[in-house]
Design a protein around this ligand. Sequence first.
Ligand code: NAP
Length: 234
Amino acid sequence: MNRVVIVTGASRGIGAAIAQWFIANGDHVIGISRSGDAPEGCVKSYAVDVKNSADLDAAMKSVVEEFGAVEVAVINAGITNDGLAVRMKDEQWRDVLSVNLDGAFYTARSALSSMLRQRRGSLIFIGSISPFLGIPGQANYAAAKAGVAGLARSLAKEVASRHITVNVVTPGFIETDMTADLAQSRDAVEATIPLGRVGSANDVAGLVGFLASDEARYVTGAIIPVDGGLAMGL
Ligand code: NAP
């Protein structure tokens, strides 16, 4: 479709699958990650830490100069650093909040400045079911992802008059590096998922692709799970 699409955390996992989905759709995909790695077919990639708003703004400016206005931004970069809350170090709390929430805000703000001028666009945040389920050891991560949902809904109302949609996809257990530790308890995890299996990164990518499409033009401020039914009803 020739759109300019930004994907943060595009180097691997869910972000790489999302980038590949848009590449297959004919879009111009720009990947952002710490390492700067990106799937084959991306027109460009940047090594940027999303905690650093100045670096993000500089990357976004260079994208607009080289490829034109950003039409889709998928805000996906994220980390976990689990631990029980009473033993959680300040740094462990701050790190997860600053990548998953500050980084999401900085990326959205930067992409929106390009979209607002065009009066069109689509922002898609990758949240999590963690704040809805409550997962022991993930107080920092759940707080950050709950923040992402609040951020997205506020933005959705702020930019709706400019025909920009803002939505959140909340994955359940998806097989990536982030969940590699679950490999030993896979059977136990799968027993809790109504569809009976852990998800793949491609399961998430298809929903993100739809939300960025014209078919989803009347969907905004939505928080949509892709979790095999794990957090159904929450
Ligand atoms: P992953 O395989 O660990 O990949 C994380 C990606 O984020 C990598 O591309 C990494 O870049 C990038 N990243 C991390 N910190 C960054 C930073 N400070 N600046 C720039 N890029 C950074 O994780 P994943 O499972 O694909 O997760 C992707 C998103 O889905 C995250 O937001 C995660 O919270 C969310 N999610 C995942 C699951 C799951 O079950 N996997 C469930 C719910 C939600 P480098 O390669 O350069 O380090």
